[in-house]
Design a protein around this ligand. Structure first.
Ligand code: DC
Length: 245
């Protein structure tokens, strides 16, 4: 049990997707781009899986969490309170935020995605614990979410994407060709995150990481606008006992 509220009869890996062949349905299936939508809690492996898939398929990988992190970075740098929605939205609307797959050789330094904020490469600057925590706070602001959802939808209109986050399968790209909810137990996610921290030289205890993950889950699932949830039409994949391959 992964602890997430689940709608009745979500798809499982063994089910076959059947599409009706009515003319109306066929028309609905015609899209300019191929869209893969992935949602899931913190440290479920969404980024690693999405990046690998994007590389194999030649798609753009869009890490929407990075957009919330970049917004938090903007607010922190401008010393704006993280609950001042009007100021944060206005700051974001004045800024230029670009996302792209890392370009060789300079950007192949272990990052999964490249984030350019007002012409500055902030791909690593947004990965601090402070930005992660700030991101989960600004992600509760509903007007800000509207602005970012629009940006995300615009990115996915004309290019093939693998987009991951917390609201992609049901808010950003509800018509995606493939919708997945990637999850894992709190313990499995905490062990992964703990290993990442140690690799980066950040010395924290596993107990503290478990606490951090539980707090993030709570905030992601309890916020008023578009909380993290599993809808009936997604494929649920539990990665607790799976290796990345
Ligand atoms: O995936 P991440 O940890 O980098 O995301 C940072 C925060 O942004 C996280 O607390 C959840 C939030 N987020 C969100 O609310 N909606 C998204 N589509 C993506 C991330």
């Amino acid at each position: 049990m992964n602890g997430f509220a689940q709608k009745k009869n979500p798809r499982t890996k063994s089910q076959v997707i059947k599409r009706k062949k009515s003319p109306k349905n066929r028309k609905e299936c015609v899209r300019k781009s191929f869209q893969i939508a992935i949602d899931g809690p913190v440290a479920a492996g969404k980024g690693t899986v999405s990046r690998l898939l994007a590389q194999k398929l030649g798609f753009l990988y869009v890490d929407t969490g990075a957009m919330y992190r970049a917004t938090a970075l903007l607010a922190l740098r401008a010393q704006i309170s993280l609950d001042d929605e009007d100021q944060i939205v206005s700051l974001l609307e004045k800024s230029k935020l670009e996302m792209r797959n890392p370009i060789a050789p300079k950007e192949l330094d272990g990052r999964l995605t490249t984030v350019i904020l007002d012409n500055e490469d902030v791909s690593w600057a947004i990965r601090t614990q402070k930005c992660g925590d700030g991101a989960s706070k600004v992600a509760t602001l509903s007007q800000l979410r509207k602005v970012l959802v629009k940006k995300q939808q615009k990115i996915a209109v004309n290019q093939n994407v693998i987009m991951e986050g917390r609201d992609i399968t049901f808010r950003v790209l509800p018509q995606a060709n493939l919708k997945i909810f990637l999850t894992a137990s709190v313990e499995a996610r905490a062990v992964r995150r703990h290993t990442q921290y140690l690799t980066k030289g950040i010395n924290v205890s596993l107990k503290d990481v478990i606490k951090e993950i539980k707090e993030r889950d709570e905030r992601d699932m309890q916020r008023k606008t578009d909380p993290l949830q599993i809808k009936a039409d997604v494929w649920v994949v539990d990665t607790s006992k799976l290796a990345i391959e």
